[in-house]
Design a protein around this ligand. Structure first.
Ligand SMILES: Nc1ncnc2c1ncn2[C@@H]1O[C@H](COP(=O)(O)OP(=O)(O)O)[C@@H](O)[C@H]1O
Ligand SMILES: [Mg+2]
Length: 359
């Protein structure tokens, strides 16, 4: 799948963007603070209906504007799809083929995999950041996962609020049933994804560093068996009430990374951490292309400057073999190892225009 046209109105500092991207590599070049990441964020929002960085939708709307919209034509399997997402009067609407669509109808035409400088710190980051990575990866193979994660989050907030308000055990228990349903689905999807992902990750890592260091990824659920969630919360209820929050459950899961059998978080060197993250991303893309038969659009935000020269070479080797569309931002095109099939756009003060001499 790839975008053949991208239109952006009043998204952050991008007042009006109209791009005809290349089916392969699109470079967004410009100084800091010009709108490069904003453009990737617009694409990410279009694909996932979730903001990449913003906490609130209103942050996405250009200052002084009363709404924003991002739309694209996407070619996938010989068909052309039209996607649009917009905010007007503070409400979000998603449209597919020009018609208002619920999430289940909307997803499927466009999948993106994003790689940002924040991802480079994933190995040493909080479990929450690794869960975020895992859930985004699961979502691409199974869009309903997003609904399960949201349902779980909402029911969890309700349980925590009820516990703090001193609600009766019977009332809290009613929420635990909903929570256990959504939580069980979240856990099962994460587990089955990691089962497919783990061998692909191990081989991607070998491809980056060679055969002598073995890396391993494992799903570490906070609760071993999803079918025991409801009973566990029932027995934790009074302790959770004293704590003021729900201690155990899929919101406390982690994705564990190991090098030669030892915790990467505790022991891996900086270079090894970068290689691990690169392997995570490459494996995420391979799982999609090889096992789900779907070639996502890659969004790479200034990652070359975060990787060292060797890891950067590996990244470009991978990208050359990747058959799909790539959007890559950079402040310094000297990092990029691209000769063919490239269209370069310059990004300055929210204006995005094809660079002179570009394809
Ligand atoms: N809602 C908004 N309206 C207008 N400008 C915004 C909005 N949100 C962020 N910006 C501006 O966008 C710029 C940052 O753009 P960004 O894409 O992160 O830059 P970079 O090119 O370094 O990736 C900043 O100048 C910031 O002030
Ligand atoms: Mg940026």
């Amino acid at each position: 799948m790839h975008l053949t046209r991208l239109l952006i109105r009043d998204f952050r500092n991008l007042a009006a963007v109209d791009l005809t991207p290349h089916a392969r590599f699109n470079v967004l070049a410009g100084d800091n603070g010009q709108g490069k990441t904003n453009l990737l964020e617009a694409l990410y929002w279009l694909a996932t209906l979730r903001p990449l960085r913003a906490a609130r939708l209103r942050e996405l709307v250009r200052w002084g504007a009363d709404g924003t919209s991002v739309s694209a034509r996407v070619r996938a399997d010989g068909l052309e799809h039209r996607l649009e997402v917009r905010v007007s009067d503070g409400d979000r609407a998603a449209l597919r083929e020009g018609k208002s669509a619920r999430a289940a109808e909307y997803f499927g035409a466009l999948a993106v995999v994003v790689f940002t400088p924040e991802d480079v710190g994933l190995v040493g980051a909080s479990p929450q950041a690794r869960r975020g990575f895992l859930d985004r990866a699961v979502f691409n193979t199974r869009p309903v996962h997003l609904g399960d994660v949201n349902d779980y989050r909402r029911a969890l907030d309700s349980r925590n609020t009820l516990l703090r308000q001193g609600a009766s055990a019977a009332v809290v228990e009613a929420y635990e049933t909903t929570l256990a349903g959504a939580g069980g689905r979240v856990m099962r999807s994460r587990a089955s994804y990691v089962e497919r992902f783990a061998p692909v990750f191990a081989s991607a890592f070998r491809g980056i560093v060679g055969d002598d260091i073995e890396a391993e990824v494992r799903y570490r659920p906070s609760v071993e068996d999803p079918s025991t969630l409801a009973t566990l919360w029932a027995s934790d209820r009074e302790r959770d009430r004293q704590r003021g929050f729900t201690q155990q459950g899929p919101h406390a899961d982690d994705l564990e990374l190991k090098l030669l059998g030892r915790s990467a978080r505790a022991y891996a060197s900086q270079g090894q951490r970068r290689a691990l993250v690169l392997a995570l991303k490459i494996a995420e893309i391979r799982v999609l292309t090889e096992t789900a038969g779907l070639t996502p659009v890659l969004l790479l935000d200034d990652v070359s400057s975060e990787l060292d020269a060797v890891r950067n070479e590996r990244l470009f080797e991978f990208l050359h073999g990747f058959p799909g569309q790539v959007f890559i931002t950079t402040t310094d095109a000297a990092w990029l190892r691209l000769e063919r099939d490239v269209r370069t756009f310059s990004v300055a003060a929210g204006q995005v225009i094809p660079a002179a001499g570009s394809d």
